[in-house]
Design a protein around this ligand. Sequence first.
Ligand code: SF4
Ligand code: SF4
Length: 268
Amino acid sequence: MKTAGISELINALPTDRGIARSYIGASGIGHECDANIAFASRGYPDTEISPTLSRIFREGHRLEYQIVKDIRKAGFKVLDKDIDTGKQFRYTHRDFPNHVMGNADGLIEVDGDLMLLEIKTMNDAMFKKFKKYGVQVSHKQYYAQVQMMMGLSYLDKAVLIAYCKNNSEYHDEIIEYDDAYYQYILTRIETVINNEARKISVDETDWRCRGCFKSDVCWQGVLPERECASCAHAAISNNETRWYCIKHDKEAEDPCDEYEVYHPKSRL
Ligand code: SF4
Ligand code: SF4
């Protein structure tokens, strides 16, 4: 069969994931590896993803808008923008507001209760798993994300609504705040803040590393931008300057000759 070559050209388009985040975010806190969270906190670049995966992510973002419309049509009040900023609601850690934060898809009122709203799109297999076992079992990263969001926002309930990309079915679950789990999240954040993060594996072929967006900086020698945030002598600071230089005992702003690239501790 003859093709116009359009799909071939689209398939080959470069991916664009935008600028890598440089903070400890709720959406990444469920990653099993502390080193991954440490790399993210310092703005290390992500490993390039395939055009297909890039489009899957784009579709997920595009669908969110439609999903909010459907929830509203079903009669629920949803606030998807903070009226002060015109953007998503952002919740931050009281002591490290520039370094520890999460953005909410929205707030929703259910039976008079205000809850966080988290929207996810899933393929059929993941959707079925979510329906059968609940999010804590089916999607540990999403569970950690909403627990961190509830901890930061002081809200005690969240609704996770999932949309199946195969058949457009919806399923939702109310998740209660679990303080013990939030304290566990805070200990992981503390590990990263204290520059104690370790790699989860000594082997780059470990399945967790193969699926990790920081594998190139972790194992392949890809370097971050040369700035204080990526320097081994920098530590997270709780003021406006963001980074503190341990070597010079002062706020870190511009990289100096003593720059050394940060790397997390080895697993061993
Ligand atoms: S590649 Fe592996 S060790 Fe490195 S950050 Fe990712 S999961 Fe952790
Ligand atoms: S001032 Fe120099 S040593 Fe200190 S954090 Fe920045 S690059 Fe590193």
